[in-house]
Design a protein around this ligand. Structure first.
Ligand code: C2E
Ligand code: MG
Ligand code: MG
Ligand code: MG
Length: 284
C-alpha cells in the first residue's frame, strides 16, 4: 500500500544519503592522501589563440590520476577540496607544479605565452595567499608577467574591499586577472568598473549557441561591447566549431579557447606545440 511504499521510499532515501555521505568522506580522505603525497596531480594545459589562430596563452587545468591513465576531473574534486578545507593546500601544490613547468618552458622557449591558473575565491582571500605566492615566485624565479589568475564572479560576493586590495597587489606585480565563466555569476557593473581586472572570459554556456540562437548571440556581443567600454579584453571559452568562432571574431572577441582549436594537452604535447610555433619567432 501507499503507506508501506512511502516507508520503503524513505528507507531507500536514507540508505542513499548514508552511502553518499560515506562516499564523500572516503573521497575526502583519498584527496587528503593525494595532496600529502603530491604525486597524483597532473597538469594539462589548454592553448588560447587570437583571431589569427596564433598561440597567445595557456590555461593550466589540473587532473587527479588515481590509477595510471585514469584521470578524475577537477569539476569533481575542486568543490570537495573547497568544502573539506583542503583547497589552499591543493592550490599551493598546483602553483608549485605550474611554476616548475613554466621555469622549464621559459628556459627552452623564452617566448612561452602567459599561463593562467584557476584560483578559488577561498584561497584568493586567505591570509596565506600573497605571502605564499611571493615566496613561490621567488623560489622558481617567475616574474608576474608570465602568469595570470582566473577567478569567478562569486569571489566578489564575499569581501569586495579585500578582493579589490588583493587584485591591486597582483596587478602591481604585473600578474593578469581574468573573470572566468563571465555572465553566470552576479558581478554588478559597479564592481566591475572598480575592479582591477584585465579579461572577461565569456562562459561556455553562452558560446554554445551564439551562432544559432539570437539571445545567446546578443549576450555574447553585449559582453564584448561591455569589455571594450571598460578597456578589458575578451576571450570565449568552449569554442567547438567554426560558426561560433566566426560569429565571435566578427563581433570583436579578442581570443578563443576550445576544442575547435585545442583540447587540454599533456606537457609532452605542449612541448611539441611550443617547439613548432615559437621556433620561427626565436630565430629573429
Ligand atoms: P574552467 O576554468 O571554466 O575551465 C574550462 C573547462 O572547460 C575545462 O574543464 C576544459 O577542459 C573544458 N573545455 C575547454 N574547452 C572546451 C570545449 O570546447 N568544450 C567543452 N565542452 N569543454 C571545454 P576541466 O579541465 O574539467 O575543468 C573544469 C573546472 O575545474 C574549470 O573550469 C575550473 O573551474 C576548475 N579547475 C581546473 N583546474 C583547476 C585548478 O588548478 N584550480 C582550481 N581552483 N580550479 C580548477
Ligand atoms: Mg578557467
Ligand atoms: Mg571557464
Ligand atoms: Mg567554465
Amino acid at each position: 500500500n501507499a503507506k508501506q511504499a512511502g516507508r520503503d521510499n524513505f528507507k531507500i532515501f536514507e540508505l542513499t544519503m548514508a552511502r553518499d555521505a560515506s562516499d564523500q568522506f572516503n573521497f575526502e580522505q583519498t584527496l587528503r592522501q593525494a595532496i600529502q603525497s603530491a604525486h597524483q596531480f597532473v597538469m594539462f594545459y589548454q592553448p588560447k589563440v587570437n583571431q589569427h589562430r596564433e598561440l597567445v596563452g595557456l590555461e593550466a587545468l589540473v587532473r587527479l590520476e588515481l590509477s595510471p591513465g585514469k584521470f578524475t576531473s577537477p569539476a569533481e574534486f575542486i568543490p570537495v577540496a573547497e568544502e573539506s578545507g583542503q583547497i589552499i593546500a591543493l592550490e599551493e601544490l598546483i602553483l608549485r607544479l605550474v611554476f616548475a613547468q613554466l621555469a622549464s618552458w621559459h628556459h627552452t622557449y623564452p617566448l612561452t605565452p602567459r599561463v593562467s591558473i584557476n584560483l578559488s575565491g577561498i584561497h584568493l582571500l586567505s591570509d596565506t595567499f600573497l605571502p605564499f605566492l611571493n615566496q613561490c615566485m621567488e623560489e622558481f624565479a617567475i616574474p608576474g608577467a608570465w602568469i595570470e589568475f582566473e577567478v569567478t564572479e562569486s569571489v566578489f560576493l564575499n569581501d569586495i574591499e579585500r578582493c579589490i586590495q588583493v587584485l591591486q597587489v597582483l596587478q602591481g606585480m604585473e600578474i593578469a586577472i581574468s573573470i572566468d565563466d563571465f555572465g553566470t555569476g552576479y558581478s554588478s557593473l559597479n564592481y566591475l568598473k572598480n575592479l582591477p581586472v584585465d579579461v572577461l572570459k565569456i562562459d561556455r554556456s553562452f558560446v554554445l549557441e551564439c551562432a544559432s540562437q539570437k539571445e545567446d548571440a546578443k549576450i555574447c556581443s553585449t559582453i564584448i561591447e561591455l569589455a571594450s567600454t571598460l578597456g578589458l579584453s575578451t576571450i570565449a571559452e568552449g569554442v567547438e566549431n567554426h560558426a561560433q568562432f566566426e560569429f565571435l571574431a566578427t563581433h570583436g572577441c579578442d581570443n578563443f579557447q576550445g576544442y575547435h582549436f585545442y583540447r587540454p594537452l599533456s606537457v609532452t604535447r605542449i612541448d611539441e606545440l611550443l617547439a613548432t610555433t615559437l621556433e620561427v619567432s626565436e630565430t629573429h
